[in-house]
Design a protein around this ligand. Sequence first.
Ligand code: GTP
Ligand code: MG
Length: 324
Amino acid sequence: MSFRREKYVPKGGPDGGDGGKGGSVYVESSRHYQTLGHIKNLKKFRAHNGQAGSGQKKKGADGSDIILQVPLGTVISDEETGEIIHDFVSRTERVLVLEGGRGGLGNVHFKSSTNQAPRKTISGTEGQEQRIRLELKLLADVGLVGLPNAGKSSILSKISRAKPKIADYPFTTLTPQLGLVVLDDFHSITVADIPGLIEGAHEGTGLGDRFLRHIERTRFLIHVIDAANHKAQDAIEVYTMIREELRQFNEELIKKPEIIALNKTDIIDDKHELDTIEKYFKDKGLKVFKVSALTDDMLDKMIQYVGSQIIKSRENLYGDILEV
Ligand SMILES: Nc1nc2c(ncn2[C@@H]2O[C@H](COP(=O)(O)OP(=O)(O)OP(=O)(O)O)[C@@H](O)[C@H]2O)c(=O)[nH]1
Ligand SMILES: [Mg+2]
């Protein structure tokens, strides 16, 4: 609120200007970032306040916006309700998370024939606050799942140029690894190697299930089973257990199309056990590949099959978009 005060201008009338708008908070995906490391230790992001208006009808400056940059693959959600605000999947995008408060209105607006000296103003709105969760999920087409030591990383290292750590003890892989698998001159798919799962992973046993979020968005799962060190009955139990861990984490995971990779066939003596395992899965309607990450046996066939499935699902996806 302000009134014009000038020599020789008695009762100068209202001249209080408007307040500036508060800044807004945006989140933007950027190809320059691959992790959320740059914002890990920053707990609060605050856009700037708008400045107050002043006399002589001066409007206050708008507060500047703040733009938080995150890598592609980040999902932002409301920490309290869990509601997804945005999923940055395919390209760089900018999303308005919180709109800055409206600036107040100065008394210059409220002059009328009956009120030449209005004392009325309208306050600006308060800025808003929200707790949001930022989660980075890999964007892979295919996920490799299975017990520790099943040979997931060995398979990834053979089908892609990724160089994951491989060793003869459980929990060699401590974080998910991503590999690019080139199918032909025009097509490639990405495959994620997830740390091994054991019974109770959903309750935190072993490395727990926290890496499973990285396969939530895959289109396809390859279930890797060490067929050399499991009797048929064990292999089946292992499969059922892993599926149960996946289900506990997210029902959607077990609805994904999957195939079975029976690995380490190079050191199997008892072909009868192997046939029993294979029959069990085939009877369930699942496609089975008897592979060896050591000798490369059947890996190529498996990848061609998985690749063709992925390419088909991509075509369907684009088909849907065209229909819309
Ligand atoms: N003989 C033979 N050994 C294999 C084969 N595949 C993997 N191995 C061995 O099995 C062991 C475990 O292999 P990894 O690829 O590290 O297994 P992983 O499933 O990634 O294990 P985690 O990372 O602990 O979950 C290593 O000693 C590999 O050399 C195979 O086809 N044949
Ligand atoms: Mg591994």
